[in-house]
Design a protein around this ligand. Structure first.
Ligand code: AVI
Length: 322
């Protein structure tokens, strides 16, 4: 196995995201991508092991159980590009199945350098696999992969872990349409989606008893303190996870427990909070199977197959570019 690092591309500007989100006149926001500094990535990795958060284990079980079947639907040869590789643990199964057919090139695309490093270490032992990672936004990395692929090769895009759920539904369609535009007919997208389940189970998954998700959420403020010299008092904010029935999503917020003013010098910001006011930090949309098939159709794919987990409602859908 050979690994290499392709040039890291400029990722998002934290300052710009913070200014845009905290200066909003209505609901203040910080986009979910701001979670993933080294501490946030480590906390997310811990979340994936929590008994209440069954999502990652379900995703991995499906990949372990059905990777051979998935590969049998794919035209060879393929180059694999993964949007947001995380630890790489669930990706192992499909990479092993593919590399049993022929040598495989794998491009993990991640904004988190530490997640990229963990993923490399995790997959280091797979024979006939070359790893060439991108520290970049998803579409920038994918564009690069597509521009450099050999003519005869198909791309398999992996978008696992229900990261699509962190987009609102219209933005999710737009994102998949952008992915589709980068691909050619016959290329494939394996899409992981967390499915609807009882609300009590979802609340527990996003507000666990150990407080790891609360720490993950609050870390975004700690990150602004570290990187932008902000003066958020973490003890004056609290983690809030609630289910939005209309939108069928979990929303995570950080609630200001009192009236306060916070400064973020590196973003030239002074922000006031009312007692009870929140910063909306993440949405996790939950899906049903027909909806995923419709999503595929709306974005220029056809749904070839769907595989489900029996313990924790979760689906892996193989979409083929039309
Ligand atoms: C990365 N993403 C799919 C996770 C989710 O479930 O929305 C992030 C997460 N947030 C809280 N727990 C996990």
């Amino acid at each position: 196995m050979i690994t290499e690092t392709l040039a890291s591309r400029a990722t998002y500007s934290l300052v710009q995201e913070v200014r845009a989100g905290l200066l909003k006149t209505g609901q203040k926001e910080l986009p979910a991508k701001c979670f993933y500094d080294d501490v946030g990535s480590a906390l997310f990795e811990a979340i994936c092991h929590l008994p209440e958060y069954g999502l990652t284990r379900a995703d991995e079980r499906i990949m372990r159980r059905y990777s051979e079947a998935m590969v049998s639907h794919l035209a060879a040869p393929v180059v694999v590009a993964e949007l947001g590789c995380g630890s790489g643990r669930k990706t192992r199964w499909i990479l092993e199945a593919l590399s049993r057919r022929q040598p495989v090139v794998y491009h993990p695309i991640e904004i988190s350098a530490s997640a990229l490093a963990t993923c490399r270490r995790e997959l280091d032992d797979i024979d006939s696999l070359r790893i060439a990672g991108f520290e970049s936004e998803y579409l920038d990395g994918l564009l690069h992969v597509a521009a450099h692929r050999p003519v005869h090769q198909h791309i398999l895009v992996l978008f696992l872990g229900s990261t699509i759920g962190n987009f609102d539904r219209p933005a999710g369609i737009r994102f998949l349409q952008q992915v589709r535009r980068i691909l050619r007919p016959g290329d494939a997208l394996l899409l992981g989606t967390d499915l609807e389940k009882p609300v009590s189970q979802l609340i527990a998954a996003y507000d666990d008893s150990l407080g790891v998700t609360a720490a993950f959420n609050l870390n975004v403020l700690a990150r602004l303190n570290r990187e932008l010299d902000a003066d958020f008092r973490l003890d004056q904010f609290r983690h809030l996870a609630r289910y939005n029935y209309h939108e069928r999503r979990i929303e995570m917020h950080l609630l200001s427990t009192l009236e306060q003013t916070v400064t973020v010098p590196a973003a030239e910001l002074m922000v006031t909070f009312r007692a009870g006011e929140t910063i909306w930090t993440e949405s996790s949309h939950k899906y049903n199977l027909p909806e995923v098939r419709q999503l595929a159709q709306q974005s220029g794919f056809r749904c070839e197959n769907q595989w489900l987990d029996e313990e924790w409602p979760f689906a892996e859908s193989l979409l083929i570019a039309q």
